[in-house]
Design a protein around this ligand. Structure first.
Ligand SMILES: [Mn+2]
Length: 424
């Protein structure tokens, strides 16, 4: 479905007067809003190809209809999101779900929508039809060399496909681990995984990165071979300068201090990227900012402070991606909400009075430090995020416009009610 410029223009003109009043108020309240708006315009969030359809649990999946049936339709959906919010500028592919038959056509389609390719994702957590070995007991960690070799070759094939498309990174998330005590030797599992990752690392082009994603539990429930940021950092450090840790917000044990993890990984130059989502219990994969917006802000606060300390470019030096699942909401509406929440948390972090915060820390003025952070969090900066969209030619209120022009109804008309997108 194509969203026309005139539709955006007419939507914006209806909301413009109210928006300008709000914006003027913020400009009065917050220092240097112009610099914040410019950074928001540059900032882009990667959309995962597997989040465009309705997600499910092991109990069931309830499609909302009109889901993308192939990679072309996934790109079209992300193109539509990007047209609505001008902040969803890249697509992250999962292989083999998204293997392209015609690479040139896919590249052209992505370019036509003003998108780029984010990190490529390998899949050794499922068995594929016709594959020689099973990953039931792990992939890169497996006790059988033949299984490890198959998993290594798959990752190298993902890099090859990514090079053809113009991606610059590989994300490796492993389901490897064990479900019961005694099932495996922790050191052997680590060493096998490291050696496998070393072979994959050796296949990386010079300008590529590999992100080692960690996860505390699930699908394995006793041990996970890349289970936390310490283990991921160990792998990334042993692999070399092109290897980084990837933080998925839902992959920690409850109450983990993620902002502290982020701060230290940045200090070590080993933070590679992010998977945004929100959760109450585990890897719930809910809409970013839907449960713990203050935590999201605190994470961005550390990101901005830590990246500035290293003179990093906010928009390009880390990988920014959503990794979520949409069981009960329209996936596209859910993604619009996630991007909005991420942009807002970023804007809030940019508005923190850094100098004053540093002074409060030096003086052990705890109350003042809290006031400074909460001042930024509690000031409604949504007009700045909307202004960034307006200047980039997108919609002032993306979700509102999405509903007004009946996107889902149109997608169901053209694709059918009973479509199921590949993914989780
Ligand atoms: Mn993830």
């Amino acid at each position: 479905m194509i969203l026309e410029n005139y539709q955006i223009a007419s939507h914006n003109s209806e909301l413009l007067a109210k928006h300008q009043r709000r914006l003027a108020f913020i400009a009065d309240e917050v220092a240097d809003t112009e610099a914040i708006i410019q950074k928001l315009i540059n900032f882009q969030i990667g959309i995962p190809s597997w989040a465009l359809g309705t997600g499910g649990t092991r109990f069931g999946r309830f499609s909302s209809g009109g889901e993308p049936r192939n990679i072309e339709e996934k790109i079209e959906d992300i193109g539509l999101l990007h047209k609505l919010n001008a902040a969803s500028g890249s697509i992250s592919l999962h292989i083999p779900w998204d293997t392209a038959d015609d690479v040139q056509a896919i590249k052209a389609l992505v370019a036509q929508h003003g998108l780029s390719f984010d990190a490529m994702n390998s899949n050794t957590f499922q068995d594929q039809a016709g594959q020689a070995h099973s990953y039931k007991f792990g992939s890169l960690q497996h006790v059988n060399k033949g299984v490890r070799k198959q998993a290594i070759e798959h990752n190298i094939e993902v890099i090859r496909q990514g090079v053809e498309l113009g991606s610059k990174a590989l994300t490796v998330w492993l389901a490897d681990g064990s479900c019961f005590p005694g099932q495996l030797n922790f050191r052997t599992a680590f060493q096998n995984t490291l050696e496998s990752l070393q072979e994959i690392y050796a296949a990386l082009p010079a300008d590529w990165k590999v992100f080692v994603e960690y996860k505390a539990f699930e699908p394995n429930f006793y041990s996970t071979t890349v289970g936390d940021w310490g283990q991921s950092l160990l792998y990334a450090s042993k692999l070399g300068p092109k290897a980084y840790t990837l933080v998925d917000l839902g992959h920690h044990l409850p109450n983990a201090n993620i902002e502290q993890i982020v701060s230290l990984l940045l200090m070590e130059g080993k933070l590679g990227g992010f998977h945004f989502n929100d959760s109450k219990y585990g890897d719930d994969d809910l809409t970013a900012g839907s449960l713990k917006p203050y935590q999201l802000f605190l994470i961005f606060n550390e990101l901005v402070e830590g990246m500035d300390a290293r003179n990093m470019k906010h928009h390009s030096d880390l990988g920014w991606m959503i990794d979520a699942s949409h069981n009960v909401k329209d996936p596209l509406e859910d993604l619009l909400q996630s991007v909005e929440a991420i942009m807002l948390a970023y804007a809030q972090a940019l508005s923190v009075d850094r100098k004053a915060l540093e002074q409060a820390q030096e003086a052990n003025d705890v109350a003042r430090a809290q006031e400074l952070l909460q001042q930024a969090f509690r000031t409604d900066l949504r007009p700045l995020v909307a202004e960034a969209r307006l200047r980039a030619g997108a919609a002032l209120a993306p979700l509102e416009l999405f509903r007004k022009i009946k996107v889902r109804e149109e997608l169901i008309k053209s694709r059918g009610l009973k479509t199921v997108a590949t993914g989780l």
